[in-house]
Design a protein around this ligand. Structure first.
Ligand SMILES: *[C@@H]1O[C@H](CO)[C@@H](O)[C@H](O)[C@H]1NC(C)=O
Ligand SMILES: *[C@@H]1O[C@H](CO)[C@@H](O)[C@H](O)[C@H]1NC(C)=O
Ligand SMILES: *[C@@H]1O[C@H](CO)[C@@H](O)[C@H](O)[C@H]1NC(C)=O
Length: 432
């Protein structure tokens, strides 16, 4: 749903001053850390922050590509420090809001006059709405990269007011979305400015637990006590000039993170694919993005069929069993060997520019759907999806991904299981 920019009043006047965050005490953290848990019934990755005055715990579903943090302001939003962003303010400018409006049943959080709005969305259900931009206190734990440390807060954290209807399909207990997208008001951008640390963040998804880091490494995991930030492979992040969000204003670029997949190989043999689908066209269609809103990687139909066919060809002698939806190729796991990185199946490579390869091993390519049944964990996205390849949660688990916003590049670790650790192994026991 593209909302034309003249849909609501748009004021072009820009104010040039910096939104200065205020930091509690004089302690300046080097990085911040948030816990992640995987919700078993929705497959969503759920995190939590503290927000408002007095502080309350707010559970949020992680949406890597979402433009901002949004929370439900319709219900139970009580805070003495809530401040709506007034039209034409520095906050509205930073949020790149294209709409300014009034509200008739306020004043209350989410409903104030002369405020700017964004279009918060729920990518899990592909729905969006219009919501007031506001600021409030946010508190999170700092980290030295080895364990979690003291709680720090910023009093002017910008977010968007969602609505109760926008919570549809989100994990139980969740009242909003943690947006880490490519914007100036996403959580990583705001934390970097508020605490003056590098514009980098990392996600490490896991079941049942994982972690998000804001700021640079070290990102150290128990087990081997290794700093994963020191051994990443890198590929450029690509900007899609057309929004890929469920709701957006005409002219908005995408806040999703795209990478330049040039081909897919299985057992190191290239799969024949329609290359047109791998690049982003002028409507913003095509290409490859990373998404925590898709539980499994979604491939455009012709890519999906070619990958499934090639995979079956490379796994002879393993009995196939009837497919279990939404998967198209399932096998009897009794005939498959296991190693540290999961089922011993053909490796799937995403071929990136400069001969960089993102290698997917059995732990990330296969999913156990029932006892003794393993399925290839990719799903058919239909003939005309907006994005041809959406790399989803299952393929990301126990891999660390670092997004370097200043250098516009993605660092990725490949499976941490090779290094005898995993994403659940961050030490969340704070120093007293
Ligand atoms: C907004 O302004 C209108 C009049 O312009 C008024 O009727 C309404 O009560 C105001 N709402 C709020 C939330 O202040
Ligand atoms: C490749 O994909 C493009 C974009 O969907 C389509 O227009 C074209 O017909 C496809 N080519 C082949 C050979 O299928
Ligand atoms: C976790 O961190 C705490 C605080 O720094 C430390 O006391 C504890 O020994 C660490 N745990 C492990 C297993 O290293």
């Amino acid at each position: 749903m593209a909302v034309p920019s003249n849909f609501l009043l748009f004021s072009a006047s820009l104010l040039f001053f910096i939104v200065s965050p205020s930091i509690q005490a004089s302690f300046r953290p080097k990085a911040l850390v948030l816990p992640l848990t995987k919700d078993a019934s929705t497959n969503q990755y759920v995190t939590q922050i503290k927000q408002r005055t007095p502080l309350v715990l707010v559970k949020l579903s992680l949406d890597l590509g979402a433009e901002s943090l949004w929370v439900d302001c319709d219900q139970n939003y009580v805070s003495s420090t809530y401040k709506p962003a007034r039209c034409n303010s520095a906050q509205c400018n930073l949020a790149k809001s294209k709409s300014c409006g009034s509200c008739f049943d306020g004043p209350k959080p989410g409903c104030n006059n002369n405020t700017c709005s964004l279009l918060p969305s729920n990518s899990f259900k592909s729905i969006g709405t219009i919501g007031e931009v506001a600021q409030d206190v946010v508190a999170v734990q700092s980290t030295d990269g080895k364990s979690s440390g003291k709680v720090v807060s910023t009093s002017k954290f910008l977010f968007t007011c969602g609505a109760t209807l926008l919570l549809d399909g989100l994990a139980s207990g969740v009242t909003g979305v943690a947006g880490l997208g490519r914007t100036k008001i996403s959580m990583p951008s705001q934390f970097s400015v508020a605490f003056s640390f590098p514009r980098k963040f990392a996600i490490c998804l896991g079941a049942p637990n994982g972690v998000i880091f804001f700021g640079d490494g070290p990102y150290t995991f128990l087990g081997r006590n290794i700093d994963i930030s020191k051994s990443l492979m890198y590929t450029p992040l690509i900007l899609n000039p057309v929004s890929t969000a469920p709701a957006y204003f005409e002219g908005d670029p995408s806040s999703d993170y795209f990478i330049g997949v040039r081909g897919i190989s299985i057992s190191e043999k290239p799969v024949a694919l329609n290359k047109t689908l791998l690049s982003i066209n002028k409507e913003g269609h095509g290409g490859t993005k990373i998404s925590t809103a898709a539980p499994y990687t979604v491939l455009q139909t012709s890519i999906y069929k070619a990958v499934v066919r090639a995979f079956i060809k490379e796994i002879p002698g393993i009995p196939r069993v009837p497919a279990v939806a939404p998967f198209g190729a399932c096998f009897n796991s009794k005939s498959i060997g296991f190693s540290r990185v999961g089922p011993g199946v053909p490796v799937i490579d995403l071929n990136l520019p400069n001969k960089v390869v993102w290698r997917i091993f059995g732990f990330n390519s296969m999913v156990e759907v029932k006892d003794d049944i393993l399925c290839l964990a990719f799903v058919d996205g239909g003939l005309e999806p907006t994005t041809s390849i959406v790399i989803g949660g299952h393929q990301l688990e126990d891999n660390l991904l670092q997004f370097d916003l200043a250098a516009s590049r993605l660092g990725f670790s490949s499976s941490l299981l090779f290094r005898q650790t995993n994403c659940a192994n961050f030490n969340f026991t704070s120093a007293a």
